[in-house]
Design a protein around this ligand. Structure first.
Ligand code: ADP
Length: 550
């Protein structure tokens, strides 16, 4: 900007200088020419008077350094000249001023010298005797004048340049400093140059537009943050270099990062080879997924590529906790395998016995035993199928939704004790019910299953002469059922697993005890249905106590 101002000032100064110079020279030159001509005419008039009176003697002793006089006869012959010898001079009749004077009594002309550096003015007048008197004087031409003034002009230009330099420096500073001091945050509050007003208005408009867009962006980001931060699924966004752009709280927890890893390589967050491979694959093929364990839980990682304007901008990693689903899937697979096995065993036994009977290979005295075996196995199958049906009803909440009613746990306990009295007697186990009335809201059928299965197990896994106690009551306002026995107990390593389907502590004796391996599973589901909790206390050879709190 300073350079421009300097150049402009120099240009203006030079233009003004040259224009002034040209005007002055042409004016002065015209002025001097006119006064020269006037002076010549006056001198000629005086000289003509004197020559008329005294003849050419008038020029004797005349100082001819300023003006030159020439006396020419009417035929053009030069009679006398104050600066040259008349004999050597040619005929002057063709000279313009002489011709004019001969014709009209007065003539004038001007001519340039051969070098063009001088111009000569001529004035001529016809004398009384017919001769013509001419006066002439020379003057330097404009060109010569300018050439003569060149050193002066150069000096003036240099001086003007120096002044322009100093002035431009100061002016540039003066012009630029208000521009530098502009408050671009509030463009319209500036009162600097009128010419800048449209620019400042435009900046102000853009300012408002940018502020609006920024507010909109911030709102969208806040919205996005709120959604992602409250998500239970982990979400991480990476740029195309694999650096973290954003990470939500759930992902921070699952990857166990404390400080925000935003702006850092995702490798600092998770350096597992499967993750690196999956991210790379998603970048190339748009999507990838894998299952992995983090923090003792199982996650499904879904990685999707983000494209903007046809270019890869990065990826988003979604981490979904599938621990429960995976467990359920596994259980279902195991359950199917177990059910097939459990059904097959009694069926094979029934088929074997039936075949022997059919082929007449059973002695008549053994027939009863074989038929009894078929009946027992069939009964086992029925109870197994009943258990499976009950379990699947509880499991999937299939069938009509059972309606809750007010049930007395104490009354139920007595019912169960009565129902199982024969079986208890068979095994020489004493069943007692203690506590008092315990009213609660629940599904009667499910609550009956709970008490029945716990009591059934307490008798089944007891010793001869042992006892079972069913206690009902309230603890901290909640209905509590406890079934304790003095039986064989459950070894500690099995205690956490006995509620799994078909899990039995002693697999080899399962047939003898007659259990299906589903009893405690049914209990677990029925308790969960009522929102209760189960506690198992057991000691090998001493006994077991199962407490259900609703
Ligand atoms: P089952 O039909 O075989 O009894 P359950 O699911 O009811 O199946 O029980 C699972 C296993 O837990 C049983 O096979 C048994 O080994 C053990 N168990 C359950 N209750 C008791 C108990 N009161 N005392 C000792 N062991 C028990």
């Amino acid at each position: 900007m300073k350079k421009r101002i300097f150049r402009s000032i120099i240009a203006v100064a030079m233009t003004v200088l040259i224009a002034g110079f040209v005007l002055a020279v042409s004016f002065l030159y015209g002025y001097f020419r006119d006064s020269q001509v006037t002076q010549l005419r006056e001198e000629l008039a005086i000289a003509a008077l004197n020559v008329n009176r005294y003849g050419e003697e008038y020029f004797d002793g005349f100082d001819s350094s300023v003006f030159r006089f020439t006396l020419v006869a009417g035929d053009g012959t030069v009679l006398y000249d104050t600066q040259a010898s008349a004999e050597n001079m040619e005929n002057h009749l063709d000279r313009e001023e002489i011709k004019e004077a001969a014709e009209s009594g007065r003539g004038s002309s001007e001519r340039y010298s051969s070098t063009l550096t001088e111009r000569t003015f001529y004035e001529a007048v016809r004398l009384e005797n017919g001769d013509i008197l001419r006066i002439s004087a020379s003057q330097a031409t404009v060109g010569a004048l300018i050439i003569g003034m060149l050193p002066g002009i150069a000096a003036v230009i240099l001086a003007a340049g120096a002044v322009a330099l100093i002035l431009s420096e100061r002016m540039a500073k003066k012009i630029v400093s208000p521009v530098n001091g502009l408050d671009l945050e509030n463009p319209e509050k500036n009162d600097v140059y009128e010419e800048l007003a449209p620019l400042l208005t435009k900046i102000s408009r853009q300012h408002r537009q940018i502020s609006r867009q920024m507010a909109e962006l911030k709102r969208e980001k806040d919205e996005f943050d709120q959604i992602t931060q409250s998500m239970s699924e982990g979400m991480v966004m990476l740029d195309k270099r694999g650096f973290v752009l954003s990470i939500n709280a759930a992902a921070m927890k699952l990857f166990e990062v404390s400080g925000s890893p935003e702006g850092r390589d995702f490798l600092t967050v998770d350096r597992s080879p499967e993750m690196s491979r999956a991210v790379r694959e998603a970048m190339e093929r748009k999507r990838s997924e894998f299952r992995g364990e983090r923090n003792g839980r199982e996650y499904q990682f879904i990685i999707s590529r983000i494209d903007t304007d046809g270019e890869t901008a990065g990826v988003v990693i979604l981490c979904i906790d599938v621990t429960e689903t995976a467990f359920a899937e596994r259980s279902r697979r195991e359950f199917t395998a177990n059910v097939s096995h459990e059904l097959k065993t009694p069926l094979q036994s029934i088929i074997g016995s039936a075949e022997l009977l059919e082929a007449g290979l059973v002695k008549p005295e053994d027939t009863r035993r074989f038929i009894g075996n078929i009946r027992n196995e069939a009964a086992r199958l029925v109870s197994l199928i009943n258990d499976i049906i009950r379990l699947s009803q509880l499991d999937e909440n299939s069938g009509p939704v059972p309606s809750p009613e007010t049930v007395d746990l104490y009354g139920l306990a007595n019912e169960v004790a009565a129902e199982l009295a024969d079986r208890a007697a068979e095994r020489d186990v004493k069943v007692t019910v203690s506590g008092g009335p315990c009213m609660m809201s629940g599904v009667r059928g499910y609550l009956y299953e709970i008490v029945y299965n716990l009591c059934d197990n307490a008798i089944r896994y007891n010793k001869a002469g042992g006892s079972v106690e069913i206690n009902t009551g309230f603890k901290n306002g909640s209905p509590v059922l406890t079934v304790s026995d003095t039986g064989i107990g459950i070894p500690p390593e099995h205690q956490s697993r006995v509620f799994e389907r078909f899990y039995r502590v002693d697999k080899s004796h399962s047939k003898e005890t007659g259990g299906t391996g589903l009893g405690l599973s049914i209990v677990k589901h029925a308790v969960a249905y009522h929102g209760g909790t189960i506690k198992l206390d057991s000691e090998v050879n001493k006994g077991t106590a199962v407490t259900v709190t609703f």
